[in-house]
Design a protein around this ligand. Structure first.
Ligand code: SIN
Ligand code: FE2
Length: 219
């Protein structure tokens, strides 16, 4: 008798540390590390054209996360609600194009999680500082829930809250480090998620900051 432990196992390729956190959700440990060198200058260029800002929620609260966008569509929040728009309301200009390195990372991470052909048209860039948090929410402002979400962590570590399909489901706490990528789609596409208030654990490249890139197919 032979044990086909390796022939058919979908995870038999060299381990990058792919952790399943749902039937359609994975943490890809360190997946973005080889890309950091090309992500950084691209990120700086995006933030120069579309500066980080603190958006106001429809309820009138100022978000502690600072945000900007690149790609054809950018996510916005103000007193009128949440939506995607083609222009940065702060400058009146289209959002900066999605850098090729961003697009490539999002596509390869999605494929690694089983979502081939991911073509994001929106990248929300979140900037966290010590104390910054993101309360539990669903990503549901996109037209196409058939495409996954790809979420890239850079800089300071964070604790990701990974809930269920109901707001009341108790979330799991998942530590995310520099270079980790979380992908969720299919039956997990509308899972609640958030980020606990960040501790000040400065990172060699990013200092007391965490950057999160969230790629979506929004339009
Ligand atoms: C988000 O849900 O938009 C961001 C999640 C994160 O910062 O890890
Ligand atoms: Fe989100």
């Amino acid at each position: 008798m032979t044990l086909d432990l390796f022939d058919d196992a979908p995870e038999a390729e060299p381990q990058r540390g792919k952790e399943a956190i749902g039937p359609g959700a994975f943490v890809l440990r360190g997946f973005a590390l080889p890309s950091v060198g090309e992500l950084l200058p691209a990120l700086e260029a995006v933030a120069q054209h579309a500066p980080f800002r603190h958006l106001v929620t429809p309820g009138g609260f100022t978000m502690s996360v600072a945000m900007t966008n690149c790609g054809r569509l950018g996510w916005l929040s103000d007193r009128r609600g949440y939506r995607y728009a083609e222009r940065d309301p702060q400058t009146g200009a289209p959002w900066p194009a999605m850098p090729a390195a961003f697009e490539r990372l999002a596509r390869t991470a999605a494929a690694e999680a089983g979502f081939e052909g991911f073509a994001p048209d929106a990248c929300l860039v979140n900037r966290y500082e010590p104390g910054t948090r993101l309360s539990l929410h669903q990503d549901k402002d996109e037209r196409d829930h058939g495409a996954p979400i790809v979420s890239v962590s850079l800089g300071m570590p964070a604790v990701f809250l990974w809930g269920g399909l109901a707001r009341s489901d108790k979330p799991r706490r998942i530590p995310l480090a520099h270079g980790d990528v979380v992908v969720w789609g299919g039956p997990d596409r509308l899972r609640y998620h958030g980020v606990l208030p960040l501790e000040d654990r400065p990172h060699a490249l990013f200092g007391s900051r965490r950057i999160n890139l969230t790629f979506r197919k929004a339009g």
